[in-house]
Design a protein around this ligand. Structure first.
Ligand code: BQZ
Length: 672
């Protein structure tokens, strides 16, 4: 087995040096010590799967019984003409056996099942279990560098560009069906694009105008459609059609509930059209949600119309049932280590030492393998006036737009202490924003950093005229006004974020800035964040590639990023933001490798030398998968092109019959 660290640009071992640009204080981020223990062979793009008709197919035994009793159509009527066929050579434990249960534990809760309108189902793999998207990113971690030409096919089995790359024509898998038997076709694509992405009344995951300038959709026939763009684009743009932005929904169920097609419907009613308890719903995913017990459990049963098979013709998935125990993110790791859960992205460094200790023994339920540092936390200051409640807020927003203020805040942070506050040990490394150290696009020469230096912090704050005019230890706004008091929102369900904010509160207090931390539950946090109603936010935002959650990190559309949204269609760009948006567009549009790399370096430089966000720490995560699970490739990273729930390819996972766990609903499928 050739031990290869994941694709990654060579880190130039640069000791901190004064950078040529970015101002006198800017330094380069110190090099990190890579903790990754992942070893794996990379394979060709075509070695994972392809689309073809096989000589014959088979199905889970209980489905065959249902066909025999006439309660389910024959398998031949439930599969597409050319199913997606997973290749055995890329399956670490080969062809699987049907049956049993895969047990997830998650910290989120289903908002509802209408993902087209932006609802999430609780994260932690539950969204991805039901949503299938036009293309796929997760499994790319295993593809060799020379084959990294773009996203993998999925619902779109193929696509092509015109001569000047201003037209992208895509072809869907033909004859696939929703889990209720309704045909999957381009009407689902049209509805996704026209009535969700382009309808500004719908909070779709892909924002109107965010895909590319002038993007327009044309339906050609039941399986093919075409995007046309004002400017040439590249395969990087196609990455945006993967999870979470490019996932069509069941138009046959949702159209009648959409205001465009129903004069009595409202947009709020449309968003809530699939309440969490209202099951089942039609999906393209491998499992169908059939039971939701609030705050306790979601049970999914195999999708009898799933459109993927193994090379022996067995319809996938192998597991009949999937559970999502509704708990906390930390409990996900606890249960994986204890063996009562099957999977965890161990991502809270505070759990790492205990998990490592518990997993030393040979009979431990999981092994712990760390990947590279791809988890990253940052504090974002709001540059918009949106949500400002009074002149004090407006004054703060003006102050946040001052680069020297952002530099001062960065110099005030002792990131080593912040990392140790989260977890003792070698895990955390300073993060100055931008692409993470574990990114294949990371370039240390473009990563500027304003390190812990109280003298510089105080000098910059003094230079801005922020004096403590009333002697209470807190600096006052330049006009001798209010104390500088910054309320910072964070997701109260994330202990690792809370610990960082506690350290940051103390450190900023040292330079005369008061921090008020505002913990919000997940739903209220997301509402405040996406509505721009905050002064500052501390959250985890992993940034591995420019096209991954681009809207979180760059001003590429009116409501991107959350911390600098347009107000009434207007926005005062900070001096570098237009260059940042242009660098993103170049990255997405160019097919020239050197130009693409330069665009990522421009993005990294512009974000870090301008302290667009105030990075705190970055850390590796470790994937924990129960030993009874087969085909869980040992090299799977928690996060690279997408989360491990996508990367591990759950539809290929299986457990030998003698180790399978009892199903809660044996012999059942969703009844519509
Ligand atoms: C992984 C992931 C799979 C979202 C979510 C959650 C949301 C964010 C982010 C992660 C959870 C797990 O992350 O923490 O390990 O299982 O679900 O989707 O943090 O709050 O909005 O971006 O992916």
């Amino acid at each position: 087995m050739t031990a290869l660290t994941p694709m990654k640009s060579v880190l130039v071992a640069t000791v901190c040096s004064v950078a040529l640009t970015g101002g006198a204080q800017a330094e380069l981020l110190p090099p990190e010590k890579d903790l990754s223990g992942l070893e794996y062979e990379t394979i060709g793009r075509g070695d994972l799967y392809d689309y073809r008709a096989l000589d014959g197919y088979s199905e889970a035994p209980f489905l065959a019984d249902m066909v025999a009793s006439g309660t389910l159509p024959p398998l031949a009527d439930r599969l597409p003409e050319e199913p997606l066929v997973f290749k055995t050579g890329a399956m670490s434990d080969g062809i699987g056996e049907y049956g049993g249960v895969f047990r997830h534990v998650i910290g989120g809760r289903p908002e509802g099942w209408n993902w087209l309108a932006g609802q999430h189902q609780g994260w932690g793999g539950i969204n991805m279990a039901i949503q299938e998207c036009l293309v796929r990113q997760g499994p790319r971690w295993q593809i060799k560098a020379e084959d990294q030409t773009g996203p993998l096919p999925n619902l779109a089995k193929s696509w092509s560009w015109n001569d000047d790359n201003t037209q992208l024509t895509m072809t869907l898998i033909k004859g696939a069906k929703w889990s209720d038997g309704d045909a999957f076709d381009t009407e689902d694509i049209r509805f996704w694009w026209e009535d969700n992405v382009e309808d500004k009344n719908v909070a779709a995951r892909m924002k109107a105008g965010a895909l590319a300038p002038g993007a327009k959709l044309e339906i050609l026939d039941e399986v093919s459609f075409r995007f046309t763009f004002d400017e040439p684009q590249s395969e990087s743009l196609v990455e945006r059609l993967a999870y979470i932005e490019g996932c069509p929904g069941p138009s046959h169920v949702l159209k009648p509930l959409h205001p465009k097609y129903n004069s009595e419907a409202t947009y709020e009613g449309y968003t809530q059209a699939m309440p969490a308890d209202n099951l089942p719903i039609p999906v393209m995913g491998a499992w169908v949600p059939v039971l939701h017990k609030a705050d306790e459990l979601v049970v999914m049963r195999r999708n009898p119309y799933y459109w993927k098979v193994d090379e022996t013709g067995q319809q996938l998935p192998y597991y009949n049932e999937m559970h999502f125990r509704l708990s906390t993110w930390d409990d996900r790791t606890t249960q994986a280590v204890a063996g009562t859960g099957d999977f965890s992205n161990m991502e809270n460094p505070a759990n790492y030492v205990a998990a490592l200790k518990e997993s030393q023994s040979d009979d431990a339920p999981v092994t712990v393998r760390f990947g590279q540092r791809t988890l990253a936390w940052r504090m974002s200051l709001n540059f918009s006036d949106i949500g400002a409640e009074d002149d004090v807020d407006l004054g703060l927003r003006d102050l946040f737009r001052e680069l020297d203020f952002r530099k001062a805040v960065s110099h005030a942070l002792d990131r080593d202490a912040i990392g140790q506050a989260v977890a003792r040990g070698p895990f955390a490394h300073p993060y100055s924003g931008g692409l993470v150290a574990g990114s294949s696009y990371f370039d240390s020469e473009s990563t500027f950093y304003f390190p812990y230096d109280m003298d510089k912090a105080n000098a910059l704050l003094d230079g801005l005229g922020l004096k403590d005019t009333d002697g209470n230890g807190i600096r006052n706004m330049a006009d001798g006004g209010a104390d500088i008091e910054i309320d910072v929102i964070f997701n109260s369900g994330r202990n690792e974020t809370r610990k960082q904010l506690d350290a940051i509160t103390s450190q900023l207090g040292e330079v005369g800035i008061r921090v008020i931390s505002r913990g919000l539950d997940k739903t209220n946090f997301e509402t405040a964040l996406h509505g721009g109603a905050f002064n500052a936010v501390l959250n985890r935002r992993n940034f591995p590639t420019p096209t991954r959650r681009s809207c979180y990190n760059m001003p590429i559309a009116g409501n991107c990023p959350a911390f600098h949204q347009e107000q009434d269609g207007k926005r005062d760009f900070l001096p570098f933001e237009e260059d940042l948006a242009a660098a993103y567009r170049t990255f997405v549009a160019t097919t020239d490798g050197a130009e693409k790399i330069q665009a990522t370096r421009d993005i990294q430089r512009l974000i870090t030398e301008n302290v667009y966000v105030i990075g705190t720490i970055q850390a590796p995560a470790a994937l924990l998968v129960n030993r009874r699970i087969r085909n869980a490739h040992p090299g799977t990273p928690v996060y690279m092109f997408q989360w491990a729930e996508d990367a591990i390819i759950r539809e290929r996972l299986w457990t030998p019959a003698e180790q399978q766990l009892d199903e809660l609903m044996p012999g059942k499928i969703a009844e519509y």
